[in-house]
Write a protein that binds this ligand. Sequence first.
Ligand code: ASP
Length: 328
Amino acid sequence: MSRLSRRILPALAALAMGVVANHSSAQTFPTRPITVIVPFAAGGPTDTVARLVAEQMGRDLGQAVVVENVGGAGGTLGAQRTASARPDGHTLLIHHIGMSTIPTLYRRLSYDPVNGFEPVGLITEVPMTIIGKRNLAANNLQELVTLVRRERQGINLANAGVGAASHLCGLLFQSALNVQLTTVPYRGTGPAMNDLVGGTVDLMCDQTTNTTEQIRAGTVRAYAVTTPTRLGSLPDLPTANEAGMPGFEISIWHGLYAPRGTSPEIVARLSTALQAALRDPGLTRRFQDLGTEPVAQERATPDAHRTFWQADVARWRPIIQAAGQFAD
Ligand code: ASP
């Protein structure tokens, strides 16, 4: 054997083994339980969606899919943890519209908020509701508008940090009324809801996946939903439009992501499992009861979600730049 072949042949063999190993890892994936990082505290809306989806995906994948809450910094801590995880499909992220706003809101991050991920698919679009503590001195949205205009910084508005859905909705609310309230950040709107129910904060704007049951139980006051029409799940709740804030509309979406560099085969397998989860009748019923629905199958794919997400990043950029409100 020539000196050249002695050097080249082992290298080619190693390369071939690598190809086989990668190939078989895509075919045998998953080889162990999968972790889905939720970048907010347990008990909130992202957590609720993630736990329902994770359970069903686990059935399809034949491995447990375990939710890990990594809350803080408006969802950027959990996203950063995912972006730097091994890209082997065993660490994933379920995030929300923050994936579109954070690239503009945060000018310095220790991860790439767009190129650090492989989108797997869209999960759902969720309405927001404006809610207050039970004894807030406002019986409807008109009275709430009068109250916040009068009290301004005397009103505490809970959110899940800069870039969170509650933060965006709160910003829209304040700018629509041209007031500045006192914002109180939490690691997620799960714990924020506890304080709202306990009466230590006054107001919050949050997804129906977190607010529906509290609204029905009467533990919080509900003022409006941010959709163009009323929800079947909360038929008595007026839209912001009809209750006195015309044009106040916002809906939040959730998507599933893998770290950048995850193989297309593994991303495709995850997308198939996501689609299977979204077809599950029990999951659909639970989503509907919480005021939302799984997206159509063709939107729960990597390509469709990449296109949607890129367009959404571009949609939010000028809005945030015009508002001049950055996280740093
Ligand atoms: N709904 C929260 C938000 O404001 C996050 C969460 O706790 O899921 O973005």
